[in-house]
Design a protein around this ligand. Structure first.
Ligand SMILES: Nc1ncnc2c1ncn2[C@@H]1O[C@H](COP(=O)(O)OP(=O)(O)OP(=O)(O)O)[C@@H](O)[C@H]1O
Length: 341
């Protein structure tokens, strides 16, 4: 439904050229929540601005609903843009207008009749959970409430795509979760496609179906959130995932264990969903005469299911440890050797 093909965006700055988006090819399906994650300067904002026509690519194609965005002009571009809404990190509300008037604003611009406007605003206020706050001004609202106004305003003209530019980055963790729940609810209820950019893996894990990881203007990895979390390929993806999985104590625990029993082998097991390693581990301990120390374990949930890791230290005869690892592999438990003796 949204297809970017070989998209480049270069900016000329004094005499140097900045490549903000470098040969990006991506397909975003209708009705999914698609996350783009990257550090500052990776090109995320430029990418999202290309989607709503605020920037035009230097080269490449951007098709939205079968329409080539890069060649649209005038009324055609305005119409296409009406189907694509955006919410922002700092909300971008009109401070002299009440909640109700802020949400009404895009309807006024679109020339919707007063009675229809009133009805629509009421529905939207209901949808985002702001009933009772209609007459408040933005300065009287909490950050989460301001973003709810931003979301209601973005939905006023019944868009097909909602772009979220770091929409929760200015909010505390609890409010972030409430806004992410609201976005999930809207996605499910309205079938709206959501494209969000963020530098927080927590946001991706909690609500996205698929994710693209950006670095230096390029998409270095993309896929289903569960798959990417389970087997990240790029180093940068691994770093992002460690934001949400590392306890911080693991390195210290591993170093300590290596000191205590330098001949052990540290391995990491990965598992998904309901499947549990317990029976396999019990059999491992029964069958092989090695010591098994649990260093760290965690389980995380994505919207498509749970995944987890377990770090073990295996101590004993090297050949028996190799057999034990082969046993785990044969039982389809994904293993990764972290430290050899
Ligand atoms: N209008 C512009 N003119 C010149 N350079 C730009 C412009 N917009 C973005 N850039 C540059 O393009 C690169 C990518 O910026 P972009 O804002 O897209 O990254 P980002 O991943 O969104 O980072 P951030 O989260 O900090 O905004 C940066 O080097 C930035 O300085």
């Amino acid at each position: 439904m949204i297809q970017l093909t070989n998209v480049h965006k270069r900016f000329q700055l004094n005499r140097s050229e900045i490549v903000a988006v470098d040969d990006v090819t991506l397909a975003i399906e209708e009705g999914e929540i698609f996350g783009v994650i990257g550090y500052s300067g990776a090109g995320k904002s430029t990418l999202i601005r290309l989607l709503n026509g605020l920037e035009t690519p230097t080269s490449g194609s951007i098709m939205i609903h079968g329409q080539e965005m890069t060649t649209l002009k005038g009324a055609g571009l305005r119409n296409a843009r009406q189907k694509i809404s955006m919410i922002f990190q700092h909300f971008n509300l009109l401070w002299s207008r009440t909640v109700e008037e802020n949400i009404m604003f895009p309807l006024e611009i679109a020339g919707v009749k007063k009675s229809a406007r009133k009805q629509k605003v009421k529905e939207l206020i209901d949808l985002v959970g702001l009933t009772g706050r209609e007459q408040a001004y933005p300065s009287q609202l909490s950050g989460g409430q301001k973003q709810r106004v931003g979301i209601a305003r973005a939905l006023a003209n019944d868009p097909e795509v909602l772009l979220c530019d770091e929409a929760t980055s200015a909010l505390d963790p609890e409010t972030t979760n409430a806004i992410l729940d609201l976005l999930t609810d809207i996605n499910e209820r309205l079938g709206l496609t959501i494209v969000l950019i963020t530098h927080e893996m927590h946001v991706i894990r909690k609500i996205c179906h698929r994710v693209a990881v950006m670095e230096a203007g390029q998409v270095v990895e993309a896929g289903n959130v569960l798959d990417v979390f389970q087997s990240p390929q790029a180093d940068i993806t691994k770093r992002f995932i460690s934001q949400v999985t590392d306890t911080g104590d693991t390195d210290a625990a591993m170093a300590h264990l290596q000191e205590e029993s330098p001949h052990g082998k540290l391995i990491k097991l990965a598992f998904i969903g309901e499947r549990t390693e317990q029976p396999v581990l019990a059999e491992l301990i029964r069958t092989f005469s090695i010591d098994v120390n649990i260093v760290q374990g965690n389980i995380s949930t994505t919207r498509d299911g749970a995944y987890g890791t377990l770090v073990l230290q295996l101590v004993g005869d090297a050949a028996v440890i190799e057999e034990a690892i082969a046993f785990l592999d044969a039982n389809e438990v994904k293993t990764e050797v972290l430290i050899h003796d």
